[in-house]
Design a protein. Sequence first.
Length: 478
Amino acid sequence: MKKYQHYINGKWVDSAVKGENIVVNDPATEEAIGEISCAVKDDVDLAVEAAKKSYESKVLVDMPPMERASLMRKIAIELRNASKEGGKILCSENGKLLPAAEFEFIDAANYFDYYSGLTDKIEGRTIPVNSNVMDYTIYEPFGVSAHIVPWNYPISMLARSLSCSFAAGNSTVVKTAELTPLATASIFAKAIDNAGVPPGLINIICGYGNGAGNDLTSHKDVSQIAFTGSVKTGKVILHAAAERAIPAVVELGGKSAAVVMPDADLDKVVNSAKGAIFGQAGQICSAMSRVIAHKSVKNQLVDKLSNLANSLKVGHGSEDGTDLTPVISEEQLQKIENYSRSGQQAGANAVAGGKRVDRKGYFFEATVFDNVQPEMTIAQEEIFGPVLSVLEYSDEEEAVSIANNTEFGLAAGVFTNDVNKATSMASQLNGGQVYVNSWFTGSVATPFGGYKQSGYSREKGQEAIKSYLQLKNIGIQL
Ligand code: NAI
Ligand code: MG
């Protein structure tokens, strides 16, 4: 079995303390595919120390913006070149489709390219105070930035926060998710290294959340945190940040709803569902996990959605023709089974799927629940699996009320051909992003984040860079 290592201070190393190894499984085969020694506090200390030293050396801060940009574009080129090799590892550790795994490296490259363009646009302003005072603002990095990454998009989510933090001039310690460390520790780290990033600026370790993760977010030399993951862990991270009064970017989960109006093109809803709830086995923070359909079209839509669910081919992510890939772990599979059981017990009707697939691997059937009521657990909680809940409404007010009636507010959608109705809905739905007649219309350039419990930060786009910078006001008595 292949051994993987942490990337600290420009070198690949085992944990400083001989101890537990984290063994990574292919969720489609349940076979072990690699192992990495588990990072503990000593490793966190080494990685933070390397990051702190490189920050204090000013190697990045003093690098002219154009040079920083060119270094970032080199990283992008390396990531693009590594997409085949990296995609293979990512496909087998995460379970996702091979093209989707390869695309994560392309997406990561896009982030580095995008934020390379902002390195020379971090501008302050001058403020009139008095004729004998010159007052101006500048933006400065925080220092050591800690990035805690989830397992659903290990490369993409990492690049999203890291590229922005790097463009802003921070040094970084990344903790990968314990379920998916391999492609990051090997191929992603190699891209950083090949591009010529000075040692210590970016460090990558793998350990458990309540071990190395906790040691990292509570480390005295960490000055800012970026977290993507569950609401529950997000709150733990925010507590750790509050304890030391440092800022944290939190991008959390969702229970996002698509409102389907009477005039909607139902095939557009079905096409969106294919990627947005059954793609990636539904393990997407902004998954379209609820459909709220007008009573005049609900039955017809349920038929179409259940036909879609039944047509999906289950398989390994690397097999041609696979539509439905496994979920990440046995634990996650059991969680989804429990949700499915609770839906059926509460009176919802599984018109497609509803149980685990009878084969090796952590597969759950593409599931469509009809007759879901707004208060049911399956309409309220994030399932993080290929399970779609369909609810019915009679008038627009009711649609908005059902859509907004969860603790989340990540994404929302509306399907209608009436532009007035679309814009009215878009303004009433709680969500950091609203999609019309589609799902996932954004790019690296569009700000992304949550309302309510889904978090309050924004990643992506020009807005995100301010999360990685602090503002200084300077006044000069002339
Ligand atoms: P999680 O939120 O616990 O894990 C995400 C990351 O946080 C991992 O790297 C983990 O090691 C780290 N972490 C966990 N506890 C930590 C702590 N105390 N201090 C620092 N870091 C810590 O997600 P988990 O448990 O793997 O999955 C559970 C649920 O989270 C899923 O069912 C899903 O609902 C949600 N989730 C949402 C994601 C999103 O993109 N919004 C991504 C991953 C999970
Ligand atoms: Mg957890």
